[in-house]
Design a protein around this ligand. Structure first.
Ligand code: SF4
Length: 134
């Protein structure tokens, strides 16, 4: 089953200024917030939207076909703009895999903990706007 790669927070946040605005602009460009369950906690992360969630900023589903995938051509994003998890894939033995040094939890998921508050404030603003438009 397909799951788009997860971005590293450094790919989303370029400075300490207006981090909610930076997150909003990043999500407006085809990304969404979802979450990863670790053994003792749940961490919210940012990844490309899936084709089923093409218009959603938030999703409870991490699984789905990446909206940046173009049939036959592969990924529509330049290598440096792809999620870090996608960049870390190495073609080997007829398929792509990760090096033995790579730790998804340590290198990618746990760094998102620092941004819990930013994501919570974005979500609050998002739902307030949704209620106002209802
Ligand atoms: S490599 Fe590109 S198409 Fe594949 S999951 Fe990553 S962003 Fe999506």
């Amino acid at each position: 089953m397909w799951s788009p790669g997860i971005y590293h927070p450094d790919q989303v946040f370029k400075s300490k200024e207006d981090q909610i605005g930076q997150l909003r602009r990043f999500l407006d460009n085809g990304a969404m917030i979802s979450f990863v369950e670790l053994s003792n906690e749940t961490i919210q992360v940012v990844l490309p939207r899936t084709t089923q969630r093409r218009h959603s900023h938030l999703s409870t589903e991490l699984i789905g076909k990446c909206n940046h995938f173009i049939h036959k051509q592969g990924c529509s994003k330049k290598f440096n703009d792809r999620p870090l998890e996608c960049q870390a894939l190495i073609p080997q033995g007829g398929e792509c895999g990760f090096s033995d040094e790579w730790s998804r939890e340590r290198d990618l998921v746990l760094p998102w903990k620092e941004y819990e508050q930013v994501i919570a404030e974005f979500e609050e603003e998002h739902w307030q706007n949704a209620r106002a438009m209802a």
